[in-house]
Design a protein around this ligand. Structure first.
Ligand SMILES: CC(C)(COP(=O)(O)OP(=O)(O)OC[C@H]1O[C@@H](n2cnc3c(N)ncnc32)[C@H](O)[C@@H]1OP(=O)(O)O)[C@@H](O)C(=O)NCCC(=O)NCCS
Length: 141
């Protein structure tokens, strides 16, 4: 998570608003930042699919803000950006993240995900996905 104005500016500069989209989750009442959500390309052969990443700022967890922010992001992804699917690679011990994606209807894929080097060690991940049809059943018919 970016923790300084400079880090936040650098983070924002990584997005072009088309292939890579960065969003912030704000409180309606005050505009205060609750967290960030981003969509990043995963595969050149599948331009309508994105990886979703998200995180809450300190003091903003456990209040449903991120669930609502990620849910709004699904709406933007499937209705405004016309994407087909999103995927999230999540460490098996990340209970808060798993609870959030399960609540929003993501499903675990039966596939092996290459371990990712984080903070000095290889971490295993599970892949969770959601498609436009899963989010809005009947939308394709
Ligand atoms: C993953 C992460 C964003 C989840 O944040 P979070 O605050 O737990 O998620 P929510 O905003 O949905 O809050 C849900 C919790 O708030 C509680 N809550 C309180 N009021 C609520 C409301 N009005 N609506 C919904 N939930 C509410 C729920 O009980 C829920 O707790 P539970 O999961 O124990 O049942 C956060 O843990 C995080 O930033 N982690 C570090 C970064 C990370 O791991 N990112 C994901 C990488 S894939």
């Amino acid at each position: 998570m970016p923790t300084t104005p400079a880090a936040f500016a650098a983070y924002v500069n990584r997005f072009d608003g088309v292939a890579a989209v960065g969003l912030v989750v704000c409180l309606r009442s005050t505009g205060e930042l609750a967290g960030i959500v981003n969509l990043r390309p995963v595969n050149r052969d599948d331009p309508l699919r994105r990886a979703i990443g998200f995180g809450a700022f300190s003091g903003m967890t456990g209040r449903g803000y991120m669930r609502e922010g990620v849910e709004l992001t699904l709406h933007i992804a499937f209705h405004r950006l016309n994407l087909d699917g999103l995927e999230a690679d999540i460490q098996p011990g990340n209970t808060a993240c798993l609870n959030l994606v399960k609540r929003l209807g993501f499903r675990r894929q039966d596939c092996s995900v290459p371990p990712i080097w984080i903070d000095g060690s290889w971490r295993h991940h599970e892949r969770w996905t959601i498609t436009r049809e899963m989010c809005y059943p009947g939308i394709l018919s």
